[in-house]
Design a protein around this ligand. Structure first.
Ligand SMILES: Cc1ncc(COP(=O)(O)O)c(C=O)c1O
Length: 362
């Protein structure tokens, strides 16, 4: 099976083997050592001097944790959305009683940092900006460094969805001045679904102290205090920690620069192949294309769903489909985590063959 959805991603055999380890006391010294190593690994990749928290949940749970730990009902937030995950982040804030101002772009576009600046200047009530770093539904990456700068200059809080970016592309959260940042184990981290990662800056923790949204399981302070003592507040997804522990050994061996360069090279190859097939990228600005997932339009008159079905059933290639309003109109190729150019070549060779056949038949 060539699993090319943008997460969960295929895992290295070493990681699979590690995650099959026997259970242990999740409050004992052995697990405390694993938790510490995984936390150090997260701090290394996020680029932080304070601990990244790990929570047993999926990426969406991580986004919910970011919201409920830093905001109060009635707070105004600017929700920057360039696709379905951006919409989701805003919906979470709304669910918990925030007043959500939306800056929503056409899917395929990236957010304009200057427009964010303009909106913040126009509405001093905006306390926080919710933004997706890498929008997995379209294959577009926002200029997060520039966005962070305009948010910080205006003394607002940034809440960032880095679920499909951090670990595969640079996102040094302290250096960029971000405040609340989330990622998820099943993306570029080379582990199963089950853990979300949450980091808060000093300003983020100050907001936490005043935040009134209801929370129990996702309480960041409780999680931080518990992790400092060498355990999670609740029973964690232990097997995913085993996986992460092993995955970090591999990531450290490759080095962050090596990982980022590999992702960049494979993403470039993917885009070249897609262009070679005469297909248009969903991403409209070539400077804002994602290095973890590529979205492309199926050509007019071609039944994309039928091609995806044949790819899966006849060739074992599993493509990502379109989400929401892009369903049936685009396909997505995930290239994050444990991936090599040959995996993408094999998948796109199949797409090429099936597209050729579809053209012959039409
Ligand atoms: C950018 C982004 N945000 C949030 C999520 C949600 O994560 P999960 O499906 O793990 O809840 C995903 C997962 O696809 C994602 O790619």
């Amino acid at each position: 099976m060539n699993l090319r959805i943008p997460g969960p991603t295929p895992l290295p055999p070493e990681v699979l083997q590690a995650s099959a380890g026997q259970m242990m006391n999740h409050r004992g010294p052995e697990f405390a050592a694993i938790l510490r190593r995984v936390t150090e690994g997260l701090n290394w990749v996020f680029g932080t001097s304070t601990d990244v928290l790990s929570i047993t949940t999926s990426g969406t749970g991580g986004l919910e944790a970011a919201v409920v730990n830093t905001l109060s009902p009635g707070d105004t937030v600017l929700s920057v959305s360039i696709g379905s995950f951006g919409d989701r982040f805003g919906a979470i804030a709304e669910t918990y009683g925030a007043t959500v101002e939306r800056y929503s772009l056409e899917w395929g576009e990236a957010a304009d940092p200057q427009e964010i600046a303009r909106r913040l200047d126009a509405n001093p009530a905006i306390k926080a900006v919710l933004v997706t770093h890498n929008e997995t539904s379209t294959g577009v990456i926002n200029d997060l460094e520039a966005i962070a700068q305009v948010v910080r200059e205006r003394d607002r809080l940034s809440l960032v969805d880095g679920v499909s970016s951090i670990s595969s592309v640079p996102c040094p959260v302290e250096r960029w001045g971000l405040d609340v940042v989330v990622s998820g184990s099943q993306k570029g981290w080379m582990a199963q679904p089950g853990l979300a990662f949450l980091w808060l800056s000093e300003r983020g923790w100050a907001a936490n102290a005043a935040a009134k949204m209801p929370r129990f399981y996702f309480d960041a302070k409780r999680t931080r205090d518990s992790i400092a003592r060498g355990e999670n507040p609740w029973t964690p997804a232990m097997a995913v920690y085993y996986a992460m522990d092993r995955a970090f050994e591999m990531m450290r061996a490759e080095g962050l620069e090596g990982i980022y360069t590999r992702h960049e090279a494979i993403a470039s190859y993917t885009r070249e192949r897609v262009a070679g097939l005469g297909l248009k990228l969903v991403a409209v600005d070539p400077r804002r294309v994602s290095n973890t997932v590529t979205g492309a339009w199926w050509p007019e008159g071609v039944d994309g769903r039928a091609i995806s079905k044949r790819a899966r059933e006849e060739f074992g290639v599993v493509l990502g489909g379109g989400q929401g309003k892009l369903q049936g109109k685009i396909f997505r190729v995930g290239h994050m985590g444990w991936v090599a150019q040959e995996d993408i070549k094999a998948a796109l060779d199949v797409v090429e063959r099936l597209l050729d056949e579809a053209k012959v038949l039409s």
